[in-house]
Design a protein around this ligand. Structure first.
Ligand code: OSB
Ligand code: MG
Length: 370
């Protein structure tokens, strides 16, 4: 398979509600959509980078640069038998996992379409439906947060994650726990704390949380290992794991007991499968994170979660929570039982609605193999 055309476009998709975390507030989802063509078939990959480097260092601008100057020329030089060959081919480029993942996802999606197979089958997944959880951003106060939690519980989500930050942590968790004693509940700090805050996490130990996601620095494994030894609640790492090797080191050190897998963060779908396999071999549960993706990236997350090690509900929620109109039809929906049906059509398995993509596109650049 020889890729002969790649297109990168920048899209702006307004969010229905602003999403706030300890690192910032997002009102419009601005992202790059990559397409890759071989023998007249095109596949699509959504990039998880934002305009700012507040979650991780990459931005839409660095992704564009690395795709244009390094990864796209590299892909044009390959004859690809299977998309799993891209991750090792990209290894000379250090870091830039989000850029690698977007182009790799496009080639995986193209490969699945050529095979007439859903992406899940190409990844080795077998589930017909996946369990859905929801991530609720920081709210004005705990009353507003309780309203949101009540709505999501009523909608059927299997697990609720709330964002925390210094000054908005123990009281929020206590309020949610008091109102929902049996709710599978977790928190995500997006690296807002340091080891000096260990007493806060020891207090949270009383709230029967499923896990505490990324409490400490985005590039740390050592302090997380220290914290994990001081608390009973499982630490889950997100930002700190940007490769399979990062995760191997984290598990060796005892930095976490649960792993969040985002293909965009770890360098792609093949890296996600390898990370899933590593964790499975060590008895570590994994779940699939989210990055407020449009339906294209969202569906890729659905397919990834069909692998057997994804035993905990992911952050993949219904399209309607994020966008007035998603880029795919049908949109991603969640049943009353909190499940998402895995598409069976080729590739991501839902139609991309091109007039909507065009309307959301700010800029496009086309690359051709010469
Ligand atoms: O840390 O998991 C995170 C959104 C943007 C950036 C980072 C994170 C998140 C979420 C939302 O928690 C997950 C989603 O609803 O897609
Ligand atoms: Mg997170």
């Amino acid at each position: 398979m020889k890729i002969d055309r790649v297109e990168v476009r920048r899209l702006n998709l307004p969010l229905l509600h602003p999403f706030e975390t300890s690192f910032g507030r997002t009102t419009v989802k601005s992202f790059l959509l990559v397409s890759a063509r071989a023998d007249g078939v095109t596949g699509y990959g959504e990039c998880v980078a934002d305009d700012d480097p507040y979650y991780l260092p990459e931005t839409n601008a660095t992704v564009w640069h690395v795709l244009r100057d390094f990864l796209i020329p590299l892909v044009f030089a390959l004859d690809i038998e299977h998309p799993r060959e891209l991750l090792p081919a990209f290894a000379r480029v250090r870091g830039h996992e989000m850029a690698k993942a977007a182009l790799e996802m496009a080639v995986f999606e193209l490969y699945a379409r050529r095979q007439g197979a859903p992406l899940s089958r190409v990844l080795g997944g077998t589930k017909a439906e996946v369990a859905s959880g929801v991530s609720i951003g920081l709210q004005r106060d705990s009353l507003e947060l309780l309203d949101h939690v009540a709505r999501e519980v009523a909608a059927g989500y299997r697990r609720v994650k709330i964002k925390i930050k210094p000054g908005a942590d123990r009281a929020l968790v206590a309020a949610v726990r008091a109102r929902f004693p049996q709710l599978p509940l977790m928190v995500d700090a997006n690296s807002a704390y340091s080891l000096a805050d260990a007493p806060i996490f020891r207090e949270l130990d009383e709230e029967r949380l499923m896990m505490i996601e990324q409490p400490l620095a985005w590039d740390d494994l050592v302090d997380h290992a220290v914290l994990q030894k001081q608390i009973r609640t499982a630490v889950c790492l997100d930002e700190s794991l940007r490769s399979v090797e990062d995760a191997r080191r984290a598990l060796d050190l005892g930095s976490c007991r649960i792993v969040n897998i985002k293909a965009g963060r770890v360098g792609g779908l093949a890296a996600s499968v390898a990370l899933h396999d590593l964790c499975g071999g060590r008895g570590v549960p994994v779940w699939c994170g989210g990055m407020l993706e449009s339906g294209i990236g969202r569906l890729a997350n659905v397919h990834l979660q069909t692998l057997p090690g994804f035993t905990l509900p992911g952050d993949t929620a219904a399209s309607a929570r994020y966008f007035a109109e998603d880029l795919v039809e049908p949109p991603v929906t969640v049943s009353r039982e909190g499940t998402i049906a895995v598409p069976t059509a080729p590739g991501i398995g839902h139609e991309i609605v091109w007039p909507r993509v065009e309307r959301a596109t700010e800029h496009t650049e086309e690359f051709r193999k010469t």
